[in-house]
Design a protein around this ligand. Sequence first.
Ligand SMILES: *Cc1c(COP(=O)(O)O)cnc(C)c1O
Length: 356
Amino acid sequence: MFKYPCLSIDLTVIESNTRNLIQLCKERGVDPVGITKLTCGAPEVAQAMIAGGISIIGDSRIENLKKQKNIPIKKMLLRLPAISEAREVVRYADISLNSEQNTLQALSDIAVEENKIHEIIIMHDLGDLREGCFNKEDTFQLARKVLSLPGLKLTGIGSNLACYGGVEPTNKNQNDLIHIAEDIEKDLNIKFSVISGASSSGLFLLAAGELPARINQLRLGASLIMGIGLNDDPIPETSQQAMKLQVEVIEIKEKPSVPINSTALDAFGNKPVFVDRGDRKRAICAIGKQDIDISEITPDDEDIIVIGGSSDHLILDISDSKENHNVGGIISFSLSYGGVLQCMTSEFVHKNYICK
Ligand SMILES: *Cc1c(COP(=O)(O)O)cnc(C)c1O
């Protein structure tokens, strides 16, 4: 017996998405990193990506990489390390993305203590305005700093796009990154082994043949897991069906669509608004706003209307559904990226890993 509500995670889909996208990447000289942060670093998901051909796993949180400590593969921390977690970073990640000199110093001190070599990718901001040095000279200084510190290895340079500022990867900005990389290489007489251009948002550029040749790494999360890229558009050769939310029906009753004498605010302090569709068959499901923002879910049955919810209840209009719904039955939903993230994070949503 499964427990509900449950997020069903189809590992077979994640593996085949990974296999197809790796093929595309390798044809263009890109070795992608498989990003597990959407699934809170689930080792099952990391293993599915590895089975699909991924050779480096990345995550934004060190706690998530720690869950994967028994998986023998190279690991990358995406979010800039906090100085307070430097020891865990050196222990559980082989590579991290960095933009601060003091953090590099802290990582170096620990790496020396732990007798390890920690790899560094320095981050340059191409205009999305999240992490990275905004000025070329700062990126230069960062590279110099890494070279001067024991226990650290300067592996590459990277940039992040389409996360905060909605700046999409283009041939132009990817070439800008390469030019900065090559200036640094010339000046310091080094060669970066990795130029890490973008996330899943860079796949359309790659598929169009417009990703410059020296970009040899993309960091892929949403595309491998959900088959989506820039603007959440579906990516060819991938499935968008790996993640499903399944919830149990706990009441079905015929009721009016407008409350009787609605004068007060709802449980979240908002003035509720109602569409009068007359008397309707309504189903209550055992999930609520504590678990999921209900604007992030879409019923697989297109004839079901999500009409609202409270902390612990989801209310559906099932009058037009051609299926026969019963109390104790299960209703299935697709999820947005944010919806999956919430379900993964909620302890009340059970996770069901499927391997077909
Ligand atoms: C989350 C993240 C990624 C992966 O993004 P997707 O859109 O899931 O492919 C890549 N790089 C960094 C720095 C990230 O934080």
